[in-house]
Ligand binder design. Structure first.
Ligand code: MN
Length: 134
């Protein structure tokens, strides 16, 4: 068994890395590589309009939505609006993005398995299309 304190007092929230997020996202690492091999857990808050670049996770990812509104979409255009209580399984290697709605923040917990492979930014047109005329 391994107990991990969810929020370390001396650990500042960090901004999403340049080149992996559009708009602003703040991350609190809850569990990183050091604690349990290949499993990383982050609490993430996206500001309205904030989102990830296209990416995939070598061994998949679970997203658990805490609050706000947002979207997840894969390359094939399979997409789902997100709100509190929703859960998403992104299979290994499936490219996708996730982020906030244009007029709402999104808070989710991301359980990422294995290496994250980053690709290009999600263009504004694609992002806006995912939300229709909102
Ligand atoms: Mn992901």
């Amino acid at each position: 068994m391994e107990y991990v304190r969810g929020r370390k007092d001396d650990q500042p929230s960090r901004a999403g890395d340049e080149g992996t997020f559009s708009g602003r996202a703040m991350l609190d690492p809850v569990l990183d590589d050091g604690a349990v091999a290949k499993v990383r857990v982050n609490s993430v808050i996206f500001e309205p309009g904030g989102r990830t670049y296209w990416h995939s996770h070598a061994d998949g990812q679970v997203l658990i939505v805490a609050s706000g509104r947002g979207m997840v979409e894969n390359r094939d255009g399979d997409r789902h609006g997100l709100q509190a209580g929703d859960m998403v399984w992104a299979p290994p290697g499936e490219e996708h993005w996730h982020g906030a709605a244009p007029h709402s923040f999104l808070a989710h917990t991301a359980v990422s398995l294995g290496f994250t492979q980053w690709a290009e930014e999600v263009p504004d047109e694609r992002y806006q299309a995912a939300f229709g005329e909102e």
